[in-house]
Design a protein around this ligand. Structure first.
Ligand SMILES: Nc1ncnc2c1ncn2[C@@H]1O[C@H](COP(=O)(O)OP(=O)(O)O)[C@@H](O)[C@H]1O
Ligand SMILES: CC(=O)N[C@@H](CCC(=O)OP(=O)(O)O)C(=O)O
Length: 301
């Protein structure tokens, strides 16, 4: 697939002026925005700085931002360094014991604290936790099945210690947010038996957005949004259209958990979910002060 979407340079220039976004954002004062920052969008320090500034701006106008981060490529690099092989099924990393340990080390350790420092450098107060802290996210083993197209038999796929959020406790975040902190969350959960679960960061963000009754869920990634078969950006999708595109195979790899997340989030009370390009400076703000937004907006329909 070719990705031929071009960003309008005039809009990008406009985005440099953070203050222009203020009147648009102030309408959301008191609301919660959950922002998922993907590992692919993390590489560039200038973008990281812009991202952190945006999050601090949201907090400053009275919005309650909650950051959930990924780190897939960084986990992959660490696994390669220690010689552990990694495979993916539908965008999810098959996770054995050693992989779970490394995923937690990279996500809860290195990346979580890096994001906390970016936000701190931008003038905010961030506090980094994972789903384990305060039993914030109770997880269970993810059950995944796949239908064999030839035999039409549904098979269970064992993804190891890949988890799905079972219960999110909003009380863990409330005192932090009320004290002026910006929570930064690593996608690691804890099972009833104390087991560590590696959770896809999109899935984690969606469950948190639903539990917090968020007004928006942003998924920042390394493409302009959901692209059609020609590689053109689809500005808006409802749940029916997502099912259609998935069946046609237009949506694959990492976009599968993203759209599953958006679907579940809007079904569970999140007003809208947006998949947008984390490589565009101030993408989150552009979404609000451009007529059509800049990514793919998912609503229930
Ligand atoms: N229809 C589609 N539109 C856009 N991206 C798609 C589509 N289908 C699959 N993808 C893939 O999904 C990727 C984004 O998911 P992922 O790599 O998991 O990102 P992140 O690390 O930000 O979570 C894109 O880079 C692209 O390769
Ligand atoms: C189960 C599963 O796939 N977990 C992910 C967690 C990190 C993640 O989701 O990072 P991105 O958002 O950068 O892709 C992983 O191990 O890569």
């Amino acid at each position: 697939m070719t990705h031929n979407f071009q960003h309008d340079p005039a809009l990008l220039a406009k985005a440099e002026t953070l203050t222009e976004a203020l009147p648009y954002l102030q309408r959301y004062a008191g609301e919660t925005f959950v922002v998922k920052y993907g590992g692919h969008a993390m590489g560039d320090p200038a973008l990281a700085k812009a991202f952190a500034e945006n999050v601090v701006l949201l907090k400053a106008v009275g919005i309650n931002p909650v950051v959930v981060h990924g780190g897939g490529p960084q986990i992959g690099a660490m696994l390669a360094r220690v010689g552990v092989e990694s495979t993916f099924v539908d965008g999810l990393r098959v996770t054995d014991k050693a992989t779970a340990e490394i995923a937690e080390m990279v996500l809860s350790g290195a990346i979580n604290k890096e994001l906390v420092s970016w936000i701190s450098d931008a003038g905010g107060r961030a506090i980094g936790i994972s789903g384990k802290d305060g039993n914030f996210v109770r997880a269970r083993k993810m059950r995944r099945t796949k239908r064999d197209p030839e035999s039409n038999i549904e098979r269970i796929i064992d993804l190891g210690f890949v988890g799905e959020p079972q219960r999110v406790d909003p009380d863990v975040l409330e005192p932090l947010s009320n004290a002026g902190m910006i929570p930064v969350i690593a996608p690691i959960g804890i099972g009833e038996d104390g087991q560590t679960y590696n959770i896809n960061a999109d899935t984690m963000a969606g469950a948190i957005a639903a539990a917090l009754d968020a007004a928006r869920l942003f998924l920042l990634t390394d493409v302009p949004g959901v692209l059609d078969a020609e590689g053109t950006l689809i500005p808006e999708l409802d749940l029916e259209a997502i099912a259609r595109l998935t069946d046609k195979g237009v949506i694959s790899g990492g976009m599968i958990p993203k759209l599953e997340t958006c679907t579940r989030a809007v079904e569970n009370g999140v007003d809208a979910a947006v998949i947008l390009d984390g490589r565009v400076p101030h993408a989150m703000l552009l979404e609000f002060f451009t007529e059509q937004g800049v990514g793919t907006l998912v609503r229930e329909g």
